[in-house]
Write a protein that binds this ligand. Sequence first.
Ligand code: ADP
Ligand code: MG
Length: 705
Amino acid sequence: MPKRKDGPAVDPLQQALTVLPGVGPKLAEKLAVRGLVHVQDLWFHLPRQYEDRTALTPIRSLLPGVPAQVEGRVEAVERGFRYRPMLRVAIGDEGHGTLVLRFFHFRAAQVAQFQPGARVRCFGTPRPGQHGLEIVHPSYRVLDPRADDALADRLDPVYPAIEGVGPASLRRLIGLALDRLPDEGVLELLPAGLLEHLHLPSLRNALLTVHRSPADADLQALSAGTHPAQRRLAIEELLAHHLSLRRQRLAQQAHAAPPLRERALSRRLQAALPFELTAAQRRVFEQIRLDLALPRPMLRLVQGDVGSGKTVVAALAAMLAVEGGKQAALMAPTELLAEQHLANLRGWLEPLGIRVAWLAGKVTGRARGRVLEEVASGEAQVVVGTHALMQEGVVFHDLALAIVDEQHRFGVHQRLALRDKGAGGGVGPGAIVPHQLVMTATPIPRTLAMAAYADLDVSAIDELPPGRTPVQTIVLSAERRPELIERIRAACAEGRQAYWVCTLIDDSDEVVAQAAQTTFEGLSSQLPELRVDLVHGRMKAAGKQAAMRAFKAGETDLLVATTVIEVGVDVPNASLMIIENAERLGLAQLHQLRGRVGRGSAASNCVLLYQSPLSALARQRLETMRQTQDGFVIAEKDLELRGPGELLGTRQTGIAGFRVADLARDADLLPSVHEIGERLLAESPDLAGRLVERWVGSAARYAAA
Ligand code: ADP
Ligand code: MG
């Protein structure tokens, strides 16, 4: 280790930030809030964009929306106080053009600086104003006529803000940290051969390039995040995340789980089903069966498009646990969905003499006491419920299989909490834990699944049961809403049912519920001959379920609903869905909603109503919906249009919130990441640990879970 003149041998990668001049306990605390604890953390606090102050743009060449640096002399100054204080400064460059600088907050001293004729250099993004282009709150400097006014020789990095630390101090700190960048030998963790192979620079070079980009650096590439220096950082970050998930996985496999081998009961269930399993269902069940037969915990994700029939596969898996004299639990994110699972499972399993218990938040008092007893004694062989299953006080007799439906709605923590309901309590290597099966209807592109779920085995049910007619999707402007009334009338006259889905941009349940109420009243009076009902998130659970149950039983013709019906609800007789304000929803959500129709044999329609004018992006989304019904194609498109953060949701295993990597943009790096990751784990686990520590830091503590 290199000696430093200010102390004994220190590992430069482990130096605390407080070694930097000016970093006392107070500042250190503010930085720690953002996970910046070591000097190296500042090296990896990367710019989110760049400003080019290395050149001047003539005022007449400015373009709206394009950031630029300009220089000019003050031509006029105007202070106004109409609604709030305002300062307008017009600057011009020798009669070639005028630009207005506009300020809403300013001090008197600032006003005094803008003497007519003074030379001002400023940077900002021009926008069209009342009198030509203007820049609101530019960063600026009044040039001293005698002083040097050389242009910057580097691009200015703009860093993600840190509360309580101004941008200038942050830059200074990062500068100080960079001065302490050690030699490549110390810094570099990736194998040299790999970097050469991918034509990527060393870490040291990459860091210096992104923080101190020379004037001639490719600004466009840097802004787009495609510069080789950024790709170099991205591959390391992706690798660190991959390793973190894989280590989690290995830790998981160090646990033991009860092998489940008997299969008479699952055969009996298959024989009793009113339908044949599809080939995809059979294949996935077979994979699960092989996993469960082993004495280590299964951790498998089943992806299957809406309606592909995941529930029955879960029920078959549960039979393997029950037959071994153990228990299975099925947890769903909403009460509505859990209730539907309960009904399905009771329908399938009770004829086989299997006891299915129900546990949700609303099961209280004596009833709850009875259920808890049944669960604890093992009398309940299968337990279906909501989050309530994970609560304290719920003790299983012998939980061997934990099934989580719609897993994207749950966080890693919650998944683990259910696992910890196993007999061994789930701690420490060698502890006995239940097998885990997680299911999702949110298809994830292959590349992404590899990065997002390196800790899970993934199976896909990529086939729909036979006899479904594709849903025809129609995109209509909201002005044509009256025509829809007739369409609903016609469909219901044929004994079909319809959904009318109200969505609003407003996140508040209250506002959305109000809109649904208004729509419900309007439709009820326009369609007096129909039985119209309403379900929304603000209703009591009992009311929601009563409405859903009535719709399922065919006692309601038209159900006005908010997106509470999104997940998993199954009513095969519903063949028409109208979605209001469809332009405001993401592709994944539209796909989930549309999946509520087309579940029976009747030809189904989905009408996407939009408010004009449509943005280009919204138009593309609706067009995608019109063209395809394949969840995987839609997911790929979603990834392209929105990026992976939104696709996966922020609750994923830390997959959102990369510092440099972008799964959509850097997807081509993933195969290398995968390959190098496996090699590192096998050959240099220590190096792997250091990579995880560097990039994932505290999040990696899951590894011990
Ligand atoms: P999802 O994968 O969206 O959770 P479900 O498990 O709710 O789908 O299944 C959708 C519907 O399809 C249910 O009514 C279910 O009983 C039915 N189903 C499942 N598998 C088959 C099959 N192989 N053939 C016919 N219908 C099936
Ligand atoms: Mg489902």
